[in-house]
Design a protein around this ligand. Structure first.
Ligand code: FAD
Ligand code: N01
Length: 540
């Protein structure tokens, strides 16, 4: 790096929910900020994941920014849980209202970042050879932003159309009259499958791991309903702020909290168990407190769940194939609007990959061990290299040229508070490993991160401090603490393979990557650390 003054005070990577708020907040604090965004527009998750059926699992009035009374009053949500187009439109509205675009450089991928210890500044390099310098970098690059492409032989040979839910074409895709195969039955697959089934001539669902779902009724707001809520938005936001998951209204996570307060399954007589599924269907099968802590109770719930599924799905073999064999709660809860009913349609076939794994993709479809499926379209709903994926795709070089990618690959996804990594000064991560996002409303979690980071930068500026770096000891203590919170739960069971622990990515070092103490407790800890002069960080 030359002796020239840095180009900016802060570089932000990404223009999704996190990056947009970071830009606004840092600008308000007087920092010269530039956002570098790979995509051609704002939105992040909601720019890319425009597959049919994509929507949110938190109510719109809570899955939205709380920092601006003007924005929350002016934006109009039409549904209880918004679909992708509405969330994308909302983020465009915010970008325009706050005049954010003038400081965002779109179609710009950061491919490398090097910290110059002498200059105490980062240089970020882009895919087209530009470089930008700034003392601080805020990685708002998303924790579910790097699609996981499966390594299935022959994928490139398919002569039909190959699509990823996580990179759905902007112009849309007409699946009418097509023979469609979907690989993947996680959250994206469960949302997509019922919608595709309505259009496609034939839908084959290639299922490796059956999933648990929470049936849901999304509805448009009644006339006047949103206005009534807006009139008491302050109250709604206050409740949300004090809630462990950052959403006080009905959500996929509030259902889990209700389960925790239910009686234990192991003590329930058979007639109580049956009554539970009589009254509440598949939700009744899961509504027991001990399933989170006792693997045997969890397995009993899976069996009961299978009985409830068999009441919906008419073909007994298909129903049996839909029963999960991993513990409930290992994966982020999935809301479902008619998922199981879809398997009663004449044009839908479930291909159980546990019985007959995929051997290859051919030019005309998918061949499993036992049979061939002729297809026009293959949709991959195969998930993400979560939490560490985006920063590991960038060649990040910290102190002494240390590589973040190599550090995380060899030591595991370590981070202090999910905000910073030892050895990488002046680099802040929004929603990094060990933060509360995986088990909460992401927007509530990321707002806290952005505010803590910008307050920290103001403190450094006010005190003439040039570098801040997490201490390795504090980092290890934090990760040990976060892991201890889930030690007694089924989340650490070896059969849990999920993005929560990296088990969904072949070869990734396994470690539970969330913080389950709740956002208010997390905020309190972060605030205490700041008030005490940033304990666990080295300031220089
Ligand atoms: P992102 O939205 O992922 O944005 C990151 C941005 O960084 C992207 O625009 C990306 O292009 C950019 N970027 C990454 N690397 C680079 C680079 N090297 N150079 C330049 N730019 C880069 N959360 C919930 O709480 N509730 C939900 O219901 C919910 N639904 C979801 C549905 C789907 C399909 C997915 C994938 C995620 C969902 N999430 C949900 C999580 C969601 O990711 C967050 O809620 C939120 O949108 C994250 O915002 P973000 O800005 O932190 O990250
Ligand atoms: O990804 P996933 P996702 N052959 O990892 C399968 C958020 N989100 O995109 O379990 C065959 O959950 C894989 O099988 P298995 C939310 O946080 C929210 O669906 O590895 N199958 C699995 O079935 C969520 O948790 C919403 O055996 C293969 C699926 O692909 C996160 O994003 C909606 C395979 C991947 O499921 C990720 O969800 C959408 C292979 N080679 C997303 N490789 C809401 O509802 C992978 N699979 C709010």
């Amino acid at each position: 790096m030359s002796d020239a003054a840095p180009d900016f005070d802060v570089l932000v990577i990404g223009a999704g929910f996190s990056g947009l708020y970071a830009l606004h907040r840092l600008r308000q604090s007087g920092f010269r900020t530039r956002v570098l965004e790979k995509a051609e527009n704002v939105g992040g998750t909601w720019f890319y994941n425009r597959y049919p059926g994509a929507r949110c699992d938190i109510e719109s009035i809570e899955y939205s920014y709380s920092f601006s009374e003007e924005i929350q009053q002016d934006w109009v949500w039409t549904e209880t849980m918004p679909a992708q187009p509405e969330i994308e439109a909302y983020l465009n509205f915010v970008a325009d209202r706050l005049d954010l675009r003038r400081d965002i450089q779109f179609s710009t991928e950061v491919v490398g970042m090097t910290f110059d210890e002498q200059a105490a500044a980062w240089t970020a390099r882009t895919g087209v050879g530009e470089s930008f310098t700034a003392p601080f970098v805020v990685a708002a690059s998303g924790i579910l932003s790097v699609p996981l492409e499966p390594d299935i032989p022959g994928m490139a040979n398919f002569a039909g159309t190959s699509l990823f839910t996580s990179r759905w074409p902007k112009e849309g895709v007409d699946l009418t009259g097509k023979r469609v195969g979907v690989i993947g039955t996680g959250s994206s697959g469960v949302q997509l499958i019922p919608v595709v089934a309505r259009d496609a001539l034939q839908l084959s669902v290639f299922q490796r791991s059956p999933t648990y779902t929470l049936p849901w009724q999304v509805r448009p707001f009644e006339p006047g309903e949103l206005d009534e809520m807006k009139a008491r938005y302050g109250e709604i936001r206050a409740a949300q702020r004090e809630h462990p998951i950052g959403a006080a209204r009905l959500s996929a996570f509030s259902v889990l909290l209700d389960m925790l307060a239910s009686p234990p399954l192991k003590a329930a007589p058979r007639e109580d168990q049956l009554r539970a599924i009589d009254e509440n269907g598949i939700l009744g099968a899961l509504n027991w407190s001990d399933i989170f802590f006792d693997i045997d109770a969890n397995r009993m719930a899976a069996k009961l769940y299978g009985e409830a599924v068999a009441r919906i799905v008419k073909d007994p073999e298909t129903a049996a194939s839909l029963v999960p064999d991993h513990p409930f709660a290992c994966k982020r809860p999935i809301i479902d609007q008619g998922y199981y009913q879809t398997f009663n349609r004449d044009n839908v076939t479930l291909v159980d990959l546990r019985k007959s794994p995929i051997r290859e993709v051919t030019t005309t479809g998918i061949r499993t061990e036992n049979e061939s499926h002729e297809l026009d379209v293959i949709i991959y709903a195969t998930g993400f290299d979560a939490m560490t994926g985006a920063l590991s795709r960038i060649d990040v070089r910290g102190r002494d040229g240390r590589s973040l990618r190599e550090f995380w690959a060899s030591e595991g996804p370590l981070s202090y508070l999910g905000l910073a990594v030892a050895g990488f000064p002046n680099l802040f991560t929004i929603q990094g490993p060990g933060g509360p996002s995986p088990s909460s409303n992401f927007v509530a979690a990321l707002e806290q991160h952005v505010e803590w980071i910008s307050d920290c930068l103001e403190y450094l500026r006010a005190n003439g401090i040039r570098t801040i770096e997490a201490l390795a000891t504090a980092q290890q203590e934090w990760i040990d603490h976060a892991t201890s919170l889930v030690a007694a739960t089924v989340l650490l069971h070896p059969s849990c393979n999920s993005w929560y622990n990296g088990g969904n990515v072949p070869g990734k070092k396994r470690m539970y990557m969330g913080y389950t103490g709740g956002i208010p407790e997390y905020r309190r800890r972060c605030d205490d650390i700041a008030t005490a002069g940033y304990t666990g960080f080295k300031l220089a």
